[in-house]
Design a protein around this ligand. Structure first.
Ligand code: SF4
Length: 233
């Protein structure tokens, strides 16, 4: 099996330096997560930038923007735009009421407290909160979304399991001592693993024949062994 450093180095060679989300501010990153529903990163960036330009990326600006401005932007973010506008307003309301409009105050709190604060917002669970804190430069771990978790599990850094939470914890235990210390390296590791899961190591049909990790991947080795068994006379 590939070491964690080898794995990331190969992904970096394949995908290059990936662009992080467009802010290091927790409020903006909560809005980034809620900009779109089931659409591409390009569309997410488009909606986020339009919000930034036409409304302003602050709780006060979102709260005072009329529906006539927010709704057309939310419509560019996919299905159920009215729900999205409601969520944007809720994000603004919580930030104004609890943090006087400045969510960056949570970055001065202990990690667990900052994470709890972020989990109050729509669509932010444990990994989502950890991801936001990672891109704000906080925390020592490597959160994973579903693509990254799938890649690491297939390569051999965890045991495939039906229970997502157990599988997540298993992989986290196994990588805890090998992830890089520098925050920028962990941010890139997050982005590279996600990109690989989206582009080649897809859920239903992984493209192992094109994959730079194939030589050190348990899942690919299993496919080869099964093929050889079938080919035996
Ligand atoms: S070899 Fe296949 S299963 Fe393994 S990481 Fe690459 S695409 Fe995923």
């Amino acid at each position: 099996m590939l070491t964690f450093a080898q794995l990331i180095a190969r992904l970096k060679q394949r995908y290059g330096q990936l662009e992080p989300p467009p802010s290091r501010d927790p409020f903006a990153l909560v809005m980034w997560e809620n900009a779109c529903y089931l659409l591409s990163d390009e569309r997410r960036r488009e909606v986020f930038e339009a919000l930034q330009e036409q409304v302003g990326m602050s709780a006060a600006a979102i709260a005072r923007a009329p529906d006539g401005v927010l709704l057309p932007l939310a419509q560019r973010g996919g299905m159920r735009p009215e729900v999205r506008v409601f969520r944007w307003r809720e994000i603004a309301r919580i930030t104004l009421q609890q943090y006087d409009g400045d969510l960056s105050a949570i970055l001065k709190k202990p990690f667990a407290e900052a994470k709890r604060a972020l989990k109050q917002y729509a669509n932010i669970g444990d990994p989502g909160a950890e991801k936001i804190l990672l891109f704000c430069g906080m925390g020592a771990g490597l959160p994973l979304e579903s693509n990254g978790l799938r890649v690491l599990t297939r390569v051999g850094w965890g045991r495939p399991q039906k229970n997502y939470g157990s599988m997540y914890r298993d992989v986290q235990r196994n990588i805890a001592t090998v992830i890089p210390a520098e925050i920028e390296s962990r941010q890139q590791a997050f982005l590279l693993l996600r990109e690989h899961g989206r582009v080649l190591c897809k859920d239903k049909a992984p493209r192992c024949n094109e994959c730079p990790l194939a030589g050190g991947c348990d899942y690919a080795a299993g496919l080869v062994a099964a093929f050889e068994r079938m080919a035996r006379p």
